[in-house]
Design a protein around this ligand. Sequence first.
Ligand SMILES: Cc1cc2nc3c(=O)[nH]c(=O)nc-3n(C[C@H](O)[C@H](O)[C@H](O)COP(=O)(O)OP(=O)(O)OC[C@H]3O[C@@H](n4cnc5c(N)ncnc54)[C@H](O)[C@@H]3O)c2cc1C
Length: 413
Amino acid sequence: MVDFELTPIMKMAREFTHNYARDVMRPISRKYDEEEHVAPTEFIQKTHEMFTSLGFSFSTTKAGGGSKEDDAESKGKHDRPKMEMNLLGAIATEELAWGCPGLTLRIPGPGLGGAAIMAAATPEQKKRFMKILNGPKPSYGAMALTEPGFGSDASAVSTTAVKDGDYYILNGTKIFVTGGEMADLYVVWATLGKDMGRSGIKAFVVEKGNPGIKMTRLEHKLGIRASDTAEVVLEDCRVHKDNLLGGEKKEEKGFKGAMQTFDATRPIVAAMATGIARASYDYLYEDLVVKGGLEINYGKAIHKRGYVETVFEDMEAKINAARLLTWKAAWMLDHGLPNLKEASMAKAKAGTVVDEVTQKAIELYGPEGYSRRHLLEKWMRDAKVYDVFEGTGQIQRLVIARAILDYTRKELK
Ligand SMILES: Cc1cc2nc3c(=O)[nH]c(=O)nc-3n(C[C@H](O)[C@H](O)[C@H](O)COP(=O)(O)OP(=O)(O)OC[C@H]3O[C@@H](n4cnc5c(N)ncnc54)[C@H](O)[C@@H]3O)c2cc1C
C-alpha cells in the first residue's frame, strides 16, 4: 500500500529534531567547521541526554522494529504494522543534517558500527554490543572497512585475521573511519585468507582499549569538518572469537553482512544529503522570496517564467525526489522487503541533488554566497562527501544496473 502520510509520532519527531537543529546545532555549526578536530563535547553530552530521556535511538533495524506498544500506537487509521524505525530515523536525520551534517555525525549512538552489528550479529552479540552503544554514557560504533589499497571494491580487504586458540589476531590499517576518534567500538573487516575470496572476509567487533588497536591520524577534510575521520591501525590485536560477527559457523555471513549494512545506512546517508540540500534551498528562499520579494508563480506558463523562478522549482523538485526515494528505501527495510536497489537509488539521487542544489544556491546568491559570513559555502563543501562515502555515485549506479539487468557482480563490474 502506498501511504505518504506520516504518523503522529513521525510528525512530532520531525518537528522536535528540526527545532533542535535550528536552536542548538545551527548556532555552533560554523565554529566546529573552523575548529576542525576540536570535539564538540558539550553538544555530544547534551544531545545524548536529550535523546536518552526521549528513548530515541539512531539504531537502524534490518527488518521492522519497535515494540508491541509501538505497534499498538501506530495501528491507527492507516493500519501500519510497525513503528517503522528506519523511516523515522531518515525523517529525523534529514532535520539534523539541515542543522549541521558534521555535528549530526557526532551524535552518539550505534553509528555505522551499530548498523553492521544489526545486519550481521547473532542475537547474543546484538544484545551485548547494543547495550554498550545505547548505554548511559555517550558512545559510538565505527565501521572500519576502507584500507589504503581499496575503497569501492570491498572484497579486496587485506587486513588479516589469524586464528589463535579462542582468539583471532588482527593486523592491518584502516583509513577514513568516521568517528574513529570518538568510537567505543569498531567493526573491523578482515580476511581469514585471501585464497578464500569473499567467504573469508569477516567482521570483528574491537572495543576501545583493546591492546593492539590505535588511532594514528585524524584527517583534515574539505567538508563535514565537525565529524572526526581517522586512520586506525591494528597491530597484533587479539580479539575473542565471540566478537566475530555472526559467529564462527556462519561462513556466508561475513561479506554479505557488510553489504547488508549498506541497505540500512544508505537511506540514512541519503537523508543527510537531502537535509543539506534543503538547508541551502531554505536559506535562499528566506532571503530572496520571503525577504527579497521575489515571486514564484507556480501557475505561470513556462515561457513566462524567469530564470530564478525556474531554478527554485527545479531545486524543489529534486529535493522532493531525493526525499521520496529515501523514504521508500527506509520504509521497505522496515517492512522486511529487499531494498538493495532502492537504497542505492536513494543514495545516488540524493548524492547528486545535494551537489547540484548547494552549488546553484551559491550561484544565485552572488558573491555573498562565496563568503564565510553565510553557511552556503560550507554546505557546498559538506555536500561533496555524500557522493563518496557509503559507496560512490558510480558504485550506486553499478548496483542499480546489476539489479535492473539481473546481472551478477562478476557479469557487471
Ligand atoms: C569523509 C569520509 C568518511 C568516510 N567514512 C568511512 C567509514 O566510516 N568507514 C569506512 O570503511 N570507509 C569510510 N570512508 C571511505 C569511503 O567509503 C571510500 O572513500 C569510498 O568507498 C570510495 O573508495 P575509494 O576512495 O578508495 O575510491 P576508489 O574505489 O579508489 O574509486 C576511485 C573512483 O573510481 C570510481 N570507481 C571505482 N570502481 C569503479 C567501478 N567498478 N565502476 C565505475 N567507477 C568506479 C569510484 O566511484 C571513484 O570515483 C569515508 C570516506 C570519506 C571521504
